[in-house]
Write a new protein. Structure first.
Length: 305
């Protein structure tokens, strides 16, 4: 099922036609409050009222023209300006291909640096999302350069990639901010763990390494997973090691396991919700379905009257 859903995420015909189906809009509401920024901000206000921090991301990737990257950057500058007027400014999370990485890497870097500096002035953070494995090395090198210019930046790393332990060791001397996820792309066994138990074991090992650095003030760690049971396992280890729970942030997607996010916040973990919005939601949505069978069951229920 996971392989089929990830294939569907890449299929151009489905990408064009599925969003037109009546049930699709109902199903996607599970994971995003709407396609436009005002709807995302309303959802953000509700979550902030519950003590949950916010990350905002406008969906989209792999642009066709550099003028589109200019528009995306302009949009995010507007998001930061709007968030600066709020009591607790949301952080922003952006894919580098949204900023033109495929077309002109230097333009993408200029946009990223300007956004990172703007976010820092507003008292918030700029996050670099990770994409498929074809972009991993380029994204990490990009982040190293960006972080050297503006420390209030973060990067997403994927625990299912075999290389990630080396990437963590590479970044730790620079006191990075890392959002650790399991991974949501269809990667070959030569470069990625395919077995769930292996992915979970690698996630725990990577998270513990990052938690030790975060507890000593040498990193910022965000646990980007809906696997609350895995977070509970990590908590047993970090509690025993004397690492404060305030050093282990939990980042979950809007609409998924909100009860667990609030439970973990009540238990001392800083809690954040990533609120996505935008018209280009189809591939992102299909990858969310591939992550957990419960998501597929929810989507299927939207087809029924």
């Amino acid at each position: 099922m996971r392989t089929a859903l990830l294939w569907a995420a890449r299929n151009p015909w489905l990408r064009e036609h599925v969003p037109e189906l009546p049930f699709a809009e109902r199903a996607v509401r599970r994971f995003m409050p709407g396609e436009h920024l005002p709807e995302a901000l309303v959802a953000a206000d509700e979550l902030l009222g519950e003590g949950v921090g916010i990350l905002l991301t406008r969906l989209g990737e792999n642009l066709a023209a550099i003028t589109e990257a200019d528009e995306v950057a302009s949009h995010y500058h507007g998001v930061i300006d709007e968030s600066a007027r709020r009591g607790r400014p949301p952080e922003v999370s952006v894919k580098l291909t949204q900023l033109g990485l495929d077309i002109d890497a230097e333009v993408a870097y200029r946009h990223s640096l300007e956004l990172a500096r703007h976010a820092a002035r507003a008292g918030t953070w700029f996050w670099v999302d990770m994409e498929g494995s074809d972009y991993t090395e380029q994204t990490i090198a990009f982040y190293e350069r960006l972080h050297a210019e503006e420390p209030r930046t973060g990067i997403c790393l994927q625990a299912y990639l075999r290389r990630t332990a080396a990437d963590v060791a590479r970044l730790l001397p620079h006191q990075p901010a890392v959002r650790l996820v399991k991974g949501a792309y269809d990667e070959p066994a030569a470069i990625a763990f395919r077995d769930r138990a292996a992915v979970d074991a690698n996630y725990l090992g990577l998270a513990l390494t990052l938690a030790q650095a975060a507890g000593a003030g040498g990193a910022r760690l965000a646990l980007g997973t809906h696997d609350a049971e895995l977070i509970d396992q990590l908590a047993l280890m970090t509690d025993a090691a004397g690492i404060p729970r305030s050093a282990l942030e939990v980042h979950m997607l809007y609409g998924i396991r909100a009860d667990q996010l609030l439970r973990l916040r009540a238990e001392g973990f800083p809690a954040f919700s990533l609120v996505a919005y935008g018209e280009f939601w189809y591939p992102w949505y299909m990858r969310r379905l591939a992550e957990r069978p419960a998501n597929v069951l929810f989507a299927l229920r939207q087809i029924l009257p």
